[in-house]
Design a protein around this ligand. Structure first.
Ligand code: TRP
Ligand code: ZN
Length: 475
């Protein structure tokens, strides 16, 4: 017993084991009689955040999700969603209760291991207290039944609108950094990746698109069609999508044989073939530069929500309200390696996603005989010393301005500076080694610096320090 807090927590655990206190009323010391036996277990509540201090309530502590089985029924006319989320997880501590992230929506029932659990909502936290506490390392399942009109997140983290966005014919679902909680309960942080089954039921005539591949053909009954999608590689929750509406589609394979699906809102019909062709060509090219494609299909979706941006949703980047050009397709597909297969542990290291994807745009330009990466680097480097990019160190993305252009452009410049320092042979070997070593895993900036030093035999700390961490223009 190290502290009063811990003592109270243990008491709470014991009392909830004995079933003599409603889960949503914290027991006080007065509930405890002095002659009670000491608590038998160390079961305690999981933390309300996964430990990213910039986003203290994002994700949760005490467990690790391995699989989400989502069944959502959505009616565009009424904007009503009905969902059942079944989550497979393993406890990383003895748990008396644990949290999921969920924004809005109404929860009607929660069960853990098929037994009814009690639950409480507080802001964007759903706290679940199972009938029986969960032992460290044990696997458990959580089923959440919920419904309502999903509401996207507006203008948090300087980003405009993200999450589940209703459109006239369906929904545009792009959730970075923490908007997946607007449509399903989850551990909403990239530090916990999982596989997904996403089953979507919509009025017949509407198409539903999600990550990975379709399992069987869509089935229609009583005026509703059900699409079953499966993403069998680990995925961060912000990359999950259930984008719905009217779409023109093209299916096939890339020239190198990777299964591919492209879909565009009827408004963008004329760009379907271009999207399909470029996506195939670029996916194949990146496979030669970055290493084998990490997923079992590639593709892209253009929807008519005028987001003005794109998101690298796993296997199917989503372009918001515009026909994408080569450069942005190259960017979103590069994310399939950098961000999706290799995921960050903390949002402050976002340059590992955006710096690499932006550098990929420069590489694509160079590959196509356009401006060289060197020329683009030089244009940025010529910006005056008081350009805001130099005041913002990209190696430490700020929660209030996460997607600052410095994270993109100065992040990319960091890679070009590195390429010049170590030479092309080492640089491109480094990219492939990096993606191979951490395929479907997590990465940190320190690990990247370490690998770059190992492969080059150089001390690269000063270079990375100047480019990533100093609030001034590097020489
Ligand atoms: N990651 C996106 C990009 O590559 C930008 C982005 C951040 C975004 N958050 C988003 C896009 C939310 C759509 C929705 O550039
Ligand atoms: Zn990006």
């Amino acid at each position: 017993m190290r502290s009063n807090k811990r003592w109270v927590a243990m008491l709470a655990a014991l009392i909830s084991v004995l079933g003599c206190s409603p889960a949503d009323k914290p027991p006080s010391l007065a509930d405890h009689r002095l002659d009670d036996p000491p608590p038998l277990t160390g079961h305690r509540p999981g933390a309300a955040g996964i430990g990213d201090t910039d986003f203290p309530t994002d994700g949760n502590g005490g467990y690790d999700v391995s699989h989400y089985d989502l069944a959502v029924d959505y009616t565009p006319m009424t904007k009503q969603l009905q969902g059942v989320a079944t989550i497979q997880a393993a406890a990383t501590q003895d748990l008396s209760s644990f949290n999921l992230d969920l924004s809005g929506l109404t929860v009607s029932k929660v069960s853990v291991n098929n037994s009814t659990a009690t639950f409480r909502r507080q802001g964007e936290e759903l706290t679940v207290t199972p009938a029986k506490p969960i032992d460290v390392k044990s696997r458990f399942s959580v089923k959440v039944v919920y419904s309502g009109q999903p509401k996207p997140i507006q203008d948090s983290a300087n980003l405009g609108t993200f999450g589940f966005v209703a459109t006239p014919d369906g929904a545009f679902v792009a959730s970075e950094p923490d908007g997946s909680k607007t449509w399903f309960p989850n551990n909403d942080h990239p530090a916990d990746k999982a596989t997904y089954d996403i089953t979507i039921t919509v009025p017949a005539g509407v198409t539903a698109l999600a990550n990975g591949e379709l399992v069987g053909r869509p089935t229609t009954a009583q005026g509703k069609t059900t699409f079953r999608w499966r993403e069998r590689h680990p995925m961060a929750s912000y990359l999950a999508t259930a984008t719905m509406g009217k779409f023109a589609q093209r299916e096939g394979r890339t020239p190198a044989g990777i299964p591919e699906i492209a879909a565009v809102d009827p408004k963008f019909k004329t760009s379907l073939d271009k999207l399909f062709t470029l996506t195939g060509e670029i996916t194949d090219y990146w496979s030669t530069v970055f290493g084998p494609y990490p997923f079992s299909s590639t593709g892209g979706i253009v929807d008519d929500f005028a987001a003005g941006y794109a998101l690298e949703n796993q296997t199917k980047p989503l372009y918001g309200g515009f026909a994408p050009d080569q450069s942005i397709i190259a960017h979103e597909l590069a994310h399939q390696w950098f961000g999706n297969s290799l995921s960050i542990k903390r949002w402050k290291e976002l340059w590992l996603n955006e710096g690499f994807a932006t550098y990929a745009e420069w590489l694509w330009s160079e590959h196509k005989g356009g401006k060289s990466a060197e020329a683009i680097f030089n244009e940025f480097h010529a910006r005056p010393a008081d350009d805001p990019m130099w005041a913002y160190p990209p190696g430490r993305a700020r929660p209030d301005d996460l997607f600052n252009l410095s994270v993109y452009n100065r992040g990319a410049m960091t890679l070009h500076a590195l390429r010049k320092a170590v030479g092309d042979a080492t640089f491109f070997k480094l990219l492939k080694t990096w993606t191979a070593d951490h395929r479907h895993g997590h990465v940190t900036t320190d690990e990247f610096i370490h690998l770059a030093e190992q492969l080059s035999g150089q001390n690269l700390r000063p270079l990375f320090d100047a480019w990533l961490f100093q609030p001034r223009r590097p020489a």
